[in-house]
Design a protein around this ligand. Structure first.
Ligand SMILES: Nc1ncnc2c1ncn2[C@@H]1O[C@H](COP(=O)(O)OP(=O)(O)OP(=O)(O)O)[C@@H](O)[C@H]1O
Length: 478
């Protein structure tokens, strides 16, 4: 009993001493110990709470950042056109498209056309002929800023179901049909071959290159059709065939293409090209200048056509391609060998075309003797041997004046200069071909000084014999 009484007494004593300690004052602000302990516990809890909140906020902001990154990576992948389709208000939608077309390049504009198609389905025969506005008010205008949209049905009707009788010709990129629209106007419809997306490419290139361009020496692209995989281009119809047919077709013993008509065609072609090179921004390099791409009207006005290979280039720019495109015999040597393309390549092709116009010979003709198969080589040789007068097409009845011939031969040689920088610009070529007084005295003198023009001079018959060589050889020697 006494032991238990002792221990309970001890416990009581220690409890009293603890409570005494807890209630005793500490040096910390004279606070009692229990108050100090409570403050410490609170501080620790507050610290934990703070840490917890910091970690949480951090996590949330990291999540937010990640979400922004994610979405900003996705948005550009979503086509703007898809966004437009989803827009419920069709009027607003249409306005958006028209504004967009002003800002987008025409490549994108074509995509807009495609979207329009998907939206409305086939609505053949609904458009009017004036360009854009439609008789059916529920169908929005298909105007992409130039030309107009044609439905497949409309073009089917115009070409009598793309009948074989309406075929005008067939090129590497599609079949061309003659068509008569509902208003009676005659058009040429090029149905682009859908060869591994080539149709789409051609379509875009042509639209981009000449969609908005109007020039009397360029075939006008008046509209287009893009339904499903079908891509068609609608041009003004040029009713007198192409230059190749008139130069190399069966025209009888005397060609209807007199010297003057030929020069008119050459000048018209040069003007069209000068406009593409010097009148547009970005400039357009045609890349496929050849006689079958020069269409003719009844007054023998030349119209450059077929822009499917055209390239748009910024000022002073050259373009390098690994796939050289063009037509054998017309392609400039530097473009063929290096893929380097600028307007000088068109100038070279124009030089070959002018030779073809003067001589009536094809750039490459395997039916001729070995030394005459290549027009450029034969032509240069003839001029260098003072036989310039002999190159004129025998089907031309009335020979040109020596001065006129000299002028044309000189232009040919300057266009095919091996040094692309020495070739004249198309604008200069127009001037040279049009100027009665060309070749100018100063030009003849300086050319004589440079020992380069003697063959031309002798071609005119009135000049003393001078040293041989043409621009091409000269540039090689340098
Ligand atoms: N707007 C047009 N008006 C009248 N005829 C045209 C028109 N466009 C093209 N043609 C004719 O259609 C034919 C085919 O033209 P296209 O431009 O498709 O091919 P190409 O120039 O002959 O060959 P490629 O495209 O392979 O170089 C040509 O004979 C041309 O005379």
């Amino acid at each position: 009993m006494s032991v238990s009484g002792n221990s309970s007494g001890e416990i009581q004593a220690s409890a009293t001493s603890i409570s005494h300690r807890l209630t005793s004052k500490t040096p910390f602000l004279s606070l009692k110990l229990y108050a100090v302990i409570a403050i410490l516990i609170l501080c620790v809890l507050a610290a934990f709470l703070l840490i917890f909140l910091c970690v949480r906020t951090n996590r949330i902001s990291r999540k937010r950042k990640m979400r922004v990154k994610h979405s900003s990576g996705l948005i550009p992948l979503v086509s703007k056109e898809i966004v437009e389709i989803k827009a419920p208000d069709r009027t607003e939608n249409c306005e958006k498209k028209e504004i967009k077309v002003e800002h987008l390049d025409l490549k994108e504009a074509c995509e807009v056309v495609e979207v329009d198609d998907a939206e409305k389905g086939k609505s053949s025969g609904e458009s009017d002929v004036s360009g854009g506005s439609r008789s059916d008010a529920s169908v929005e205008p298909q105007n992409i800023g130039w030309g107009r949209w044609y439905s497949l049905g409309e073009l089917e009707m115009a070409t009598r179901g793309f009948s074989g009788d309406n075929i005008i010709g067939e090129g590497g990129y599609g079949i061309v049909y003659r068509g008569v629209l509902q208003d009676g106007s005659v058009v040429a419809v090029k149905n682009l071959l859908n060869n591994k997306g080539q149709a789409e490419k051609e379509f875009k290139v042509e639209v981009e290159a000449i969609g908005k361009v109007r020039h009397k020496n360029l075939v006008g692209l008046i509209g287009y059709c893009a339904e499903g995989v079908q891509r068609m281009l609608v041009y003004e119809y040029i009713d007198n065939g192409n230059l190749e047919q008139w130069l190399h077709g069966d025209v009888g013993p005397v060609s209807p293409l007199t010297w003057d008509i030929r020069m008119r065609i050459a000048i018209g072609t040069a003007k069209g090209l000068a406009y593409l090179h010097e009148g547009l921004e970005p400039k357009v390099v045609h890349r496929d200048i050849k006689s079958s791409n020069i269409l003719l009207d009844r007054k023998w006005n030349a119209k450059v056509s077929d822009f499917g290979l055209a390239k748009l280039l910024g000022p002073g720019a050259s373009y390098v391609t690994t796939r050289v495109m063009g037509t054998f015999g017309y392609v400039s040597p530097e473009y063929a060998s290096t893929g380097m393309l600028n307007e000088g390549s068109d100038v070279y092709s124009f030089g070959v075309l002018l030779m073809e116009i003067i001589t009536g010979r094809s750039p490459i003709d395997y039916s001729r003797p070995a030394g005459e198969m290549n027009l450029v080589d034969w032509f240069k040789g003839m001029v260098a041997n003072r036989r310039g007068e002999e190159v004129v097409d025998p089907l031309i009845e009335i020979q040109p004046s020596p001065r006129a011939l000299k002028r044309a031969l000189l232009v040919c040689l300057r266009c095919i200069d091996m040094d692309v920088l020495k070739r004249p610009k198309m604008g200069q070529i127009v001037h040279m071909l049009e100027a009665d007084e060309f070749p100018f005295r100063s030009e003849l003198r300086s050319a004589r000084d440079k020992d380069s023009l003697s063959p031309i001079a002798s071609a005119s018959n009135n000049q003393p014999k001078q040293s041989r060589g043409d621009g091409t050889e000269k540039s090689r020697r340098r």
